[in-house]
Write a protein that binds this ligand. Structure first.
Ligand SMILES: [Zn+2]
Length: 311
């Protein structure tokens, strides 16, 4: 993917920001606004640059073999990064933002669907009855030929900025085209370092049906499986609140609201966790639409954590 360098009027020496946003997304951002609104840089180690972002500091987290369920992951070479918000009204919650797909070679590796090695209950990208799932699938292709992984990433980067601005700290699973972490590793990273886990995806339908979430299937064996058992209600509550936040923020939502699948992410999560399908192959993924989705997610998180809803 093309990396576009942005040059802005910053006092520090390193005044070029690499961004994965596409040209039309960059055009829609107003660079004449106060500098703090253009904190697109992924390289925020320079202290002078920090002045124009909403980041106080960052922390890189590397894989730990001793983490629970760590032995089920096959790919976990990429560290994750936590960005801490610098705004005074900090919320002291770390949100794991997981841009779906984007692991080169991930579809050639298989991992257990469930930690108890039971077969899949409901067909998703893995068929019902399978014991193994691909470690990370490639994702779909939009009707205009754009790969889903790329669109998920642009949304994740917008969401990161908006979360920091709203006082949330952010754990970013992936900030480039290739993140060498399978779906289990992404979940285990989140379990051990975040307060909740949101995976961003676009569905493979062609209807522009709107945002919905993947809920926990109403299957007794699955709901009684560890670590789903103590958390399935809270996973669903997180999905419900994000759906609500999106809806009241003007995001196009799917009237059916949720679709149940026993996803790898849910099956290994020990914190509130949800997969959001924010659109599908036909949906608009412009920066304006993605920013609205990001703000909707934040409204939903405010509801979920009991903060005052801003919009
Ligand atoms: Zn996807």
């Amino acid at each position: 993917m093309k990396v576009i360098k942005l040059f802005v009027n910053c006092n520090c020496k390193r005044n070029n920001y690499n961004s994965h946003l596409k040209k039309d997304q960059i055009k829609s951002l107003n660079f004449r606004e106060p500098k703090k609104d253009i904190s697109l840089n992924n390289d925020i180690d320079n202290k002078e640059c920090d002045k124009i972002s909403f980041v106080s500091h960052t922390s890189e987290i590397f894989w730990n073999d001793n983490w629970q369920y760590g032995e089920y992951s096959k790919i976990h070479n990429s560290p994750v990064k936590i960005y801490y918000s610098n705004i005074p009204e900090k919320k002291n919650k770390i949100i794991c933002v997981n841009a779906g797909h984007g692991t080169v070679g991930g579809e050639k590796v298989m991992t257990y669907c469930h930690p108890d090695k039971s077969p899949k209950y409901i067909s998703g990208s893995t068929t019902k009855g399978q014991v193994y799932a691909v470690a990370v699938s490639n994702g779909m292709i939009f009707q205009d030929g754009m790969p889903e992984a790329e669109v998920n990433l642009s949304l994740a980067l917008i969401l990161k900025e908006e979360l920091l601005k709203a006082g949330y700290d952010v754990l970013m699973i992936r900030e480039s085209d290739d993140c060498q972490s399978d779906n289990i590793a992404r979940t285990v990273f989140a379990n051990n370092n975040a307060d909740c886990h949101i995976a961003l995806h676009y569905d493979c339908s062609n209807m522009d049906k709107g945002l919905f979430y993947i809920s926990v299937p109403d299957i007794e064996e699955y709901k009684n499986m560890e670590p789903v058992k103590p958390l399935w209600q809270i996973h669903n509550k997180l999905g419900e609140d994000l759906y609500f936040g999106a809806k009241i923020s003007g995001v196009k939502v799917y009237e059916k609201k949720d679709y149940p699948i026993d996803l790898t992410q849910t099956s290994y999560s020990t914190i509130p966790s949800v997969v959001l399908e924010v659109g599908d192959r036909k949906s608009d993924y412009s920066s304006i639409t993605q920013k609205r989705i990001a703000l909707g997610i934040i409204t939903g998180l405010d509801k979920f954590f009991g903060f005052e809803i801003q919009n």
